[in-house]
Design a protein around this ligand. Structure first.
Ligand code: FES
Length: 586
């Protein structure tokens, strides 16, 4: 019998460790690299792959679908479209999971988990063999966590967001999460609407899968991601359930192959100018205050700094141009219909660094020109020009004073004009529990001109800096028609919230910032025009209070909480972990 000899050349072509790309990347260590590759191929062939498929450029796709994350409910469709894009360009798409974080399903708060998700993202894209990665994010903390992780791993990476949810309709009113969630809840607390109505609107506020439909943190981060150049042009605004969103996913898959072939790492195109553009846009969209914390953390992963002074200076010359809730009237789907980020960037051209590079390899200016050539400008009213601004300055202003020596912020575009120059008596809550117990107490001594102060909700205090900075108006005042009061805390607030709310007071009370020693009855002065937040007590009183009530150290015995409390930085450092930031000599 004439037996054929084994074809050693053909076998070697698939098993020899002679390529630096694709499945050959980052082999597991067994002491024999070719055996490592042989084993890897044996296992993945168990899923039915051919050698031809396995020899293609590999594009990882981070699948953050989760039953606990309805904001990512369209991830399966997006993955299908990304895969199509990758395969149209001759690549092999491989999806894998990471942590997924939804705002309402994260105890104690999603911010507590952002850094954990960034570590997961960084290590899994570093550990697994991929030439580029597509990161599907959307809900508030997911996009910053993925950018932080990808920038630290510094592999070719591109973001895709799930897109905004559709708006609903309640008794002939258009509604959407979550500015309207808060508005209806405030009306319910004030007994302006009844049980039946609050139940009815609960069914309409989130009309589809996707991210919150106003200029909250998810919309803000999607837009900033596009401005940074980490996303395909026009990728931020299509709503979750539209054909436009699916086409963006396909385009993202195709672009992933390009950045893989050109090995375009984030550090090769992101610059200080990219982050200045993002800050500028954060101000111009009346974006979420959380956007500042996230941008600081993302920039820190490449060693870039964002200062509050810089933000405030930019804010004085950057008007709010987007008419979206909570600073304006419209929703994300209207922003998309008006042309989205490219139209906004066109309006802001004189204030931008148009030579900043993007993931496409082109400058922001060239990307913008190409896009507007294909989709010319038209008349619309959601994205304004600079001479028809919604608000004359940027959405966020920075305040300083003896209550916040390292600074704090106010979303001035969503504050009440009659409260931004105000002096009043402090009514202090020592923490979330104290707040829950006393805020609606009919005997609470509080008036509409008082200033509500909440301690212990900073990065270490709660922990995780929860979005509890929009303290509810005490029920008895809400019932009397009070809609807004000055409120101060070391915490955050949702990007969908509004009011005269001072946030991110630093240093926080849990680490001995002056906020820790404020007592009910103290006088506090807010002056937006002077960028001032002053606590009207003398040094002697402060020293006496420090002595009388020593600070309790916040710590945990084990696990992630111990790591978090040991390593977390203050708001002005992005609430990142110190050991994850890029140091000057790294
Ligand atoms: Fe996910 Fe608002 S809760 S974006």
């Amino acid at each position: 019998m004439n037996q054929s000899k084994p074809n050693h050349d053909a076998r070697a072509s698939t098993l020899r460790d002679d390529q630096p790309e694709g499945l050959h990347r980052g082999l597991a260590h067994y002491g024999d690299r070719e055996f490592s590759l042989f084993l890897r191929k044996a296992f993945i062939k168990g899923a039915g792959y051919s050698d031809d498929a396995l020899n293609r450029p590999v594009i990882g796709i981070i699948n953050t679908a989760s039953g606990f994350n309805p904001c990512h409910g369209n991830a399966p469709q997006l993955i299908e479209a990304i895969k199509r894009g990758v395969m149209l360009e001759g690549g092999l798409p491989v999806e894998f999971p990471t942590i997924s974080v939804h705002e309402s399903f994260s105890n104690p708060t999603s911010m507590y988990l952002r850094n954990l998700m960034s570590i997961d993202t960084e290590e899994m894209i570093r550990a697994q063999p991929m030439d580029a990665v597509v990161m599907i994010g959307g809900c508030d903390k997911t996009v910053p966590a993925q950018l932080m992780g990808a920038l630290s791993a510094d592999v070719p990476a591109i973001s895709l967001v799930t897109g905004s949810m559709l708006t609903g309709s309640h008794r002939d009113q258009r509604v959407g999460a979550c500015t309207d969630c808060r508005r209806f809840w405030a009306r319910y607390r004030a007994q302006d609407i009844d049980e039946q109505e609050i139940r009815a609107v609960n069914n309409q506020l989130v009309a589809s899968v996707g991210t919150c439909s106003v200029m909250g943190t998810a919309s803000t981060m999607a837009i900033l991601c596009e401005v940074l150049g980490m996303m395909v042009p026009g990728g931020a605004s299509p709503p979750a359930v539209t054909a436009d969103r699916i086409r963006v996913a396909e385009r993202t898959g195709r672009t992933a192959i390009q950045i893989a072939k050109e090995a375009r790492k984030p550090s090769s195109f992101l610059s200080q100018q990219s982050f200045e553009n993002a800050l500028r846009v954060l101000l111009a969209i009346g974006g979420s205050t959380n956007g500042l914390i996230h941008l600081t953390a993302i920039a820190g992963r490449l060693g870039f700094a964002i200062s509050l002074e810089q933000l405030d200076a930019m804010g004085r010359e950057t008007p709010v141009l987007i008419d979206l809730k909570p600073s304006g009237e419209h929703y994300m789907e209207d922003f998309h219909a008006a042309g989205g980020v490219p139209v906004l960037l066109h309006a802001l051209r004189p204030l931008l660094h148009l030579d900043a590079l993007t993931v496409t390899g082109k400058t922001l200016g060239d990307v913008l020109d190409d896009y507007l050539h294909r989709y010319p400008l038209f008349k619309q009213s959601v994205i304004r020009s600079m001479d028809q601004a919604i608000y004359p300055e940027g959405g966020i202003a920075v305040l300083k004073g003896n209550l916040a020596p390292a600074g704090c912020i106010i979303k001035q575009s969503a504050a009440s004009a009659h409260l931004v120059e105000h002096e009043g008596k402090a009514v202090v809550f020592e923490g979330l529990e104290d707040l829950a117990q006393r805020i609606d107490d009919p005997d609470l001594e509080v008036g509409p001109d008082d200033i509500l102060v909440l301690k212990q909700i900073g990065p270490k205090g709660a922990p995780g800096m929860p979005e509890a900075g929009m303290l509810p108006i005490p029920k008895k005042l809400a019932k009397a028609g009070v809609k807004d009061m000055v409120r101060i805390s070391d915490g955050r607030m949702s990007g969908t919230a509004s009011g005269t709310i001072i946030l991110h007071v630093s240093p926080e009370s849990a680490v001995g910032g002056p906020l820790a020693w404020v007592q009910t009855g103290d006088r506090i002065r807010l002056s937006l025009s002077r960028r001032e937040l002053s606590w009207l007590v003398d040094e002697e009183t402060l020293a006496k209070r420090r002595k009388e009530k020593p600070l309790q150290e916040v710590k945990a015995d084990r696990g992630y909480r111990q790591l978090f409390l040991r390593e977390v930085l203050q708001a002005e450092m992005g609430v990142d972990f110190d050991f994850l930031r890029k140091k000057p000599n790294q």
